[in-house]
Design a protein around this ligand. Structure first.
Ligand code: ADP
Ligand code: MG
Length: 334
């Protein structure tokens, strides 16, 4: 269980994270989604105790990362954006080194063996890290995060720089790890989050702009989705009939290639489902529907809406957006 409340982080005068609160329950896989510079790594570095916080509170299984860092950190396995590997060590040697570093009190050989099994490193255990491909190096980083069997895994952009085959392998490995760990994984790539996570936390300009179940998030916005209609019907009469639907906000005519047919896009009033009324309007005029579809909101649209278009974003009640200007002031904290 991870509880982050009212977390803020300043680098010098630059507010990189602003009043962010969320919690991640045991066994959940949560995606941290946001464009580059959003503040994902900063938040992850604070959760893992690598970076101090300016304001707020972070608790891991009830242990405060500031007041009880040792107990909190024991519960966390961290894969930073650039895993700090020792290139001149062999894979197994490195895992043993971390075992000592973390002062793990588990049966050594069995534990290291299990980690190499899970991460698919057995065949590479005696290879020098510097000679491994990026995908295998990422597995070594993940293996390192698993030493001591922590409940919580924090993975910062774990598939960046991998080729498509390696991406699929690492994703499925993360999914498997999610079966018995609480996982936070960050990415600026939507498909990545969709492939691995059920829940998402969207960060932009240091603000949390949305959080929730991916399906629920798109459904909550889909209540306002537009309806596309293509019908063989008297155009002017149909337009009037559509405009007279009580739940319709706006009716727009669109170009249509099919001979004798016309096309409209109808925007409903907030929260209204107008599909059956649209159907009835065509039928009452003796027309024939060729196509009737509701344009569902994809995570991609939500993401763009929330991170690129602040005006649209304001329309969505769950939002707190900002147009923060980036600034590079290093306070030497890391
Ligand atoms: P993300 O991981 O989402 O790409 P980061 O957390 O790395 O974002 O960065 C958030 C913002 O904070 C960026 O604007 C970045 O330039 C700034 N930043 C990160 N680290 C430092 C630092 N040590 N000193 C000053 N600014 C920083
Ligand atoms: Mg980052």
């Amino acid at each position: 269980m991870i509880e982050v409340s009212h977390l803020s982080k300043k680098y010098g005068n630059f507010l990189a994270v602003h009043d962010v609160s969320f919690s991640v329950g045991s066994g959940e896989i949560v995606g941290f989604l946001g464009p580059n510079g959003a503040g994902k790594s900063t938040i992850m570095n604070i959760i893992t105790g690598y970076l101090s916080l300016s304001e707020g509170e972070v608790k891991i299984d009830g242990f405060d990362i500031t007041r009880d860092p040792e107990k909190a950190k024991k519960r966390i396995g961290y894969l930073p954006e650039i895993p700090p590997l020792y290139p001149d060590m062999k894979v197994k040697e490195y895992l043993n080194f971390l075992f000592d570093l973390k002062r793990v009190k588990m049966p050594r050989a069995a534990h290291i063996d299990e980690i190499m099994e899970i991460t698919g490193l057995k065949t590479h255990q005696n290879r020098l890290i510097k000679n491994l491909s990026k995908g295998y190096r990422q597995r070594v980083g993940l293996g390192g995060a698993l030493i001591g069997n922590p409940d919580v895994l924090i993975l910062d952009e774990p598939t960046v720089g991998l080729d498509p085959k390696q991406i699929i392998e690492i994703r499925s490995l993360i999914k498997r790890l999610g079966e018995n760990h609480t996982v936070i994984i960050s990415s600026h790539i939507l498909s990545e989050i969709q492939a691995v996570c059920e829940k998402v936390i969207i960060i932009n300009g240091g603000h949390l702009v949305a959080k929730g179940n991916i399906t629920e998030l798109s459904e909550s916005l889909s209540a306002d989705k537009t309806v596309s209609l293509c019908a063989v019907c008297d155009k002017a009469a149909l337009k009037t009939a559509l405009e007279n639907i009580p739940g319709a906000e706006k009716v727009e005519e669109k170009p249509e290639k099919t001979k004798g047919a016309c096309r409209f896009v109808i925007t409903p009033k907030s929260g209204e489902d107008i599909r059956s009324a649209v159907f009835d309007a065509v039928v009452s005029l003796g027309g024939k529907i060729l196509e009737l579809s509701a344009n569902a909101v994809t995570l991609e649209q939500i993401f763009l809406l929330l991170t690129e278009n602040a005006e649209n974003a304001d329309a969505i009640s769950m939002l707190k957006t900002t147009n923060k200007k980036e600034d590079e002031t290093d306070d030497g904290d890391i």
